[in-house]
Design a protein around this ligand. Structure first.
Ligand code: HEM
Ligand code: HEM
Length: 222
């Protein structure tokens, strides 16, 4: 007897529902690439173009036959540093646009896939209904961390844009300086999230969350 296939497999799959919508998957992997690029620009500027490199530039130019002062060598490294900040700022605009996309997606996702309803459900299961408390606690911690990350990203986007447009915001120089320090400090919190997140994903893959990385790529099944 012939096996009757659904006329449209795609429709069958959609009805079943994916664990992660394509918008979230797109956001996740592009965001991963852009944040990595952004962190790389910070790393390049804090290693290749710091003060110590000034003497390297000076010595190289002297070896090539030029006569160069510390100030002139400093102008070269400063110029290169500014170029890299230019790339950082472009990554920043991309991050801001992606954040907006993630925010809009939150309103259009089915309730079961939205972050806030997931957090609320875990909160209720843990504190009010007190059922399956271990699983609820895990969900609460994981989704709570995501919420903290999104708040951090919002802070990075706002402070970053204020810095990028400092010539137009009319904010005083000393306040801009504090904004920059705060922006720089929050990077460490973002790094902490990434370490925790990667450790969590690796541990889950080895325990009962096997396949969550491929779910984040192909959508998984609900
Ligand atoms: C996760 C994302 C980001 C990380 C880890 C990050 C990290 C940093 C760090 C460490 C600095 C140096 C701060 C200092 O000198 O004390 C910096 C500077 C800066 N960031 Fe970001 N940032 C991020 C996102 C953004 C975004 C979204 C924008 C928005 C356009 C942005 C714009 C800037 C600007 C304009 C500067 C100052 C550059 C300069 O000194 O000329 N950043 N960022
Ligand atoms: C810059 C690095 C990264 C950041 C900032 C980041 C951020 C996030 C965020 C915010 C979520 C929650 C999405 C949502 O439901 O709203 C998430 C989920 C997830 N991420 Fe990442 N991620 C990063 C790198 C990675 C990498 C490298 C992997 C794979 C090895 C990965 C695997 C996953 C998986 C499997 C989930 C779903 C986990 C779950 O259902 O709780 N992430 N990530």
């Amino acid at each position: 007897m012939a096996i009757i296939e659904p006329a449209n497999k795609e429709i069958g799959e959609n009805r079943k529902g994916k664990k992660y919508a394509s918008s979230i998957r797109f956001w996740h992997w592009i965001n991963f690439i852009i944040i990595s690029g952004s962190l790389l620009t910070v790393l390049i500027n804090s290693t290749l173009f710091d003060r110590a490199e000034r003497s390297l530039v000076k010595n190289e130019l002297i070896n090539a036959g030029a006569s160069v002062s510390d100030k002139q060598a400093g102008a070269v490294t400063h110029g290169l540093e500014d170029q890299v900040w230019g790339i950082h700022i472009n990554f920043g605009y991309a991050l801001a646009a992606l954040f907006l996309l993630r925010l809009i997606a939150e309103f259009f996702l089915p309730s079961a896939q939205r972050l806030l309803p997931k957090l609320k459900k875990a909160y209720q299961a843990y504190f009010i209904l007190k059922k399956e408390r271990e699983a609820a606690k895990h969900e609460l911690v994981v989704k709570g961390l995501y919420l903290i990350f999104y708040l951090l990203l919002l802070i990075m986007v706002i402070t970053g844009l204020l810095l990028a447009f400092e010539d137009y915001t009319g904010i005083r120089e000393n306040i801009n300086h504090s904004i920059k320090e705060f922006h720089g400090f929050c990077m460490y919190l973002i790094l902490a999230f990434i370490v925790l997140h990667l450790a969590g994903v690796f541990l889950a893959e080895r325990a009962n969350g096997k396949g969550i990385v491929s779910d984040m790529i192909n959508g998984g099944e609900n």
